[in-house]
Design a protein around this ligand. Structure first.
Ligand code: PRX
Length: 651
């Protein structure tokens, strides 16, 4: 098979995807979960019945009557069926004789290492569920969980699910106002939080933030406090101790509540780089089936694997592919308190070697930051356990893709670039790793059973290779409740699924083979003559230059000026030469009309907590408006430097 040369200046195509296509190695194909080459045709021929394959991965208490049914106000997947999510993710593995298999391996920021077998997890979940039940939590209540990646978070999620309550996980780095907004909007009167946690080596207090949020709320909130910094934190009148509750109810048996397929499992707010957070609700049957099926088919997760999803559970990736998908499949899911690019030594190789990780799933931002720091020599850390690599959250440029595969995947492991959203519940666009060729820079075709198009402003599909907006032209089991309502209102049902189309808001092109290349959000475009070019197109071209790790391109609306913010590998030489290389490459590969007027070299781009480049802030800085609130950033410390470099560059 062909191997990428990660150091080469790659020649991107017009839309930024590279032209090389790579096959998975034979050793991967031989053991892959899905290797049946007519799977897409079979799914097409039997739609929506094909989705029984997803529901079959779960245990149902009551079998469903129909795969997709159209009610008065929304579509429901697996209507008539009832299931117990915590049984599917925990108890059934114990009953199947895998009680001693590790369900959850946790690595704390201070280097702690804890393992919970499926039996341990069942014991913990039941104890916490019993504790929450005595506090009044029951079916339909919304419990807000304001914690980082600590074992108590997935345990409490599953405890809520066991009681039929909905969890509302709020990313631990959010402010008191953001927490209060999300609790208020979700009508949540229960809060499970922690005294603090460790971030990048320092202890961060969490309790004061939670307390301030509670002061802002009118409702009486019942609080539970996890002691992460202190085993025995002061509780005061406002909190019950998590540890004390768990100890009091240790050994309790809590009969799990069976939920109807269409009942909500959780609420979660979208991260977003602009605008207000949106509440997304996922239904129990469709979501869980889709999480399990895509984790099995795209991420190739097997029960005997150690699987590491580096996302924070505060985002949908952590929900679907850190907790529900892998636990439904009975694998070992690795949970890190620190992000993958902030491990000891600044890289993930230590954990990959120590835990013998089979499948690693992270964000391109994290890979770029690893690339910027440089990889340790290949004989220093053993990464031979890696069978598959995945990315999610942002477009990955071909150069970073090749670097990832070379330095984490030994140059051989397949890489899946997975496109999806909080609203979609699970992966929508990706290659199936044993079946589809990989095209670095392009996410791939739709998942089997999905119908993916690129459409114009009027909602009509555009010709192959033309830019437009990515749309999903048919319902799928992971769709959130809002989409299930919209699809029904548009007249979609099992017989006429294409009466509805979900326009995703992401710019994309689709080539003649159906491979989709993502080009950023619709809002992130530069008008050029009569068309619009996604800033991601220009960013990809710049990122493909040797030595460049990432680029953020913005256009100042008042002046029309285009600025490219660029960060480089360590010790990158001459920035003047870089400016010329950027300009000539953009002129040649995209158009002189979008050639950046200014190129500003910065140490790092500003990123949201979920790892997306905050282009709005770059536009504010370059236009001289000042950059205002930086609380939505995970690296606010870089903003001052970006401002200084921008002003210096003006002089
Ligand atoms: O713009 C797309 C980008 O992330 C958005 C969804 O963000 P969120 O709801 O927070 O969920 C993130 C994790 C699923 C999308 O609208 N995005 C996600 N995956 C990719 C991507 N952009 C390009 N390539 C991807 N693979």
């Amino acid at each position: 098979m062909s191997r990428g040369d990660p150091e080469a200046d790659r020649q991107p195509t017009r839309s930024g995807g590279s032209t090389d296509r790579l096959c998975p190695p034979d050793w991967f194909v031989e053991t892959a979960n899905v290797s049946d080459s007519d799977i897409r045709a079979r799914f097409e021929a039997n739609w929506p019945g094909c989705w029984r394959a997803a529901a079959d991965l779960l245990d149902w208490d009551t079998p469903y009557d129909s795969v997709l049914s159209a009610g008065d106000d929304r579509l429901t997947w697996f209507e008539g069926g009832a299931l117990k999510p915590s049984v599917n993710c925990v108890d059934r593995h114990v009953e199947a004789g895998r009680k001693n298999a590790v369900a959850l391996r946790w690595i704390g920021a201070a280097g702690e290492r804890e393992s919970l077998t499926y039996l341990d997890l069942q014991y913990e979940v039941e104890a916490v569920a019993a504790g929450l039940r005595t506090l009044g939590v029951g079916p339909g209540n919304v419990v807000t969980l304001f914690m980082p990646n600590v074992p108590e978070l997935p345990v409490t999620m599953l405890a809520c699910a066991r009681l039929g309550a909905l969890h509302n996980v709020v990313y631990a780095g959010f402010s008191a106002d953001e927490l209060a907004d999300r609790m208020e909007s979700a009508d949540s009167e229960y809060l499970v939080t922690c005294d603090g946690y460790y971030r990048r080596g320092s202890a961060v207090g969490q309790r004061n933030t939670a307390d301030s949020a509670r002061l802002r709320l009118d409702a009486d909130v019942t609080g539970v406090l996890v002691g992460r910094l202190d085993d025995d934190p002061h509780l005061g009148r406002d909190y019950h101790g998590y540890g004390a509750l768990r100890d009091e109810f240790a050994g309790a048996t809590v009969e799990p509540v069976a939920r109807e397929a269409g009942d909500p499992l959780f609420v979660l707010y979208t991260s977003g780089t602009t605008g207000e957070p949106d509440q997304v609700t996922h239904a129990t049957g469709g979501y869980l089936s889709y999480a399990a099926w895509t984790a099995m088919a795209v991420l190739d997760i097997k029960p005997q694997d150690t699987y590491w999803c580096a996302a924070d559970i505060g985002w949908i990736t952590g929900h679907t592919y850190g907790v529900y998908g892998p636990l439904a499949l009975g694998t070992t899911t690795l949970l890190h308190e620190s992000p993958a690019d902030h491990q000891a030594g600044g890289h993930p190789w230590t954990s990959i070697e120590r835990e013998s990780v089979d499948v690693f799933y992270t964000a391109p931002t994290a890979v770029r930051s690893m690339r910027q720091r440089g990889a340790p020599p290949s004989d220093e850390y053993d990464r031979s356990s890696i069978r598959l690599l995945g990315t999610v959250g942002e477009p990955i440029d071909p150069t970073t893709w090749h670097w990832y595969r070379e330095h984490l995947g030994g140059g051989e492991a397949p890489v899946v670039d997975t496109w999806w959203q909080t609203e979609t519940g699970g992966i929508v666009v990706a290659t199936l790793p044993a079946l589809d060729e990989m095209q670095p820079g392009s996410a791939g075709p739709g998942v089997p059973g999905l119908s993916v198009d690129v459409v114009d402003g009027a909602g009509d599909p555009v010709a192959a290779g033309t830019e437009g907006t990515l749309a999903v032209s048919r319902p799928w089991p992971g769709m959130c409740r809002r989409l299930a309502v919209e699809a029904r209102a548009a007249g979609a049902d099992a017989d006429s699924p294409e009466a509805w189309r979900y326009v995703t808001g992401d710019r994309a092109t689709r080539d003649a083979d159906g491979y989709v290349t993502l080009l950023g959000r619709d809002a992130e475009t530069i008008e050029m003559d009569e068309t619009a070019v996604g800033t991601a197109v220009v960013e990809r071209v710049i990122s493909s230059l040797d030595g460049v790790t990432e680029a953020g391109v913005v256009r100042v609306s008042e002046t029309g000026e285009i600025a490219a913010y660029v960060s480089c590998e360590r010790n990158h030489p001459d920035t003047d030469a870089l400016t010329e290389r950027v300009r000539s490459r953009v002129r040649k590969e995209v158009s002189p009309a979008v050639c950046p007027d200014r190129i500003v070299v910065v140490p790092e781009l500003p990123k949201t907590h979920s790892g997306k480049v905050m282009r709005r802030l770059l536009a504010d800085v370059v236009s001289g408006h000042g950059y205002g609130d930086t609380s939505a950033l995970r690296n606010p410390e870089v903003v001052g430097e970006i401002e200084t470099v921008t002003r210096e560059e003006e002089e």
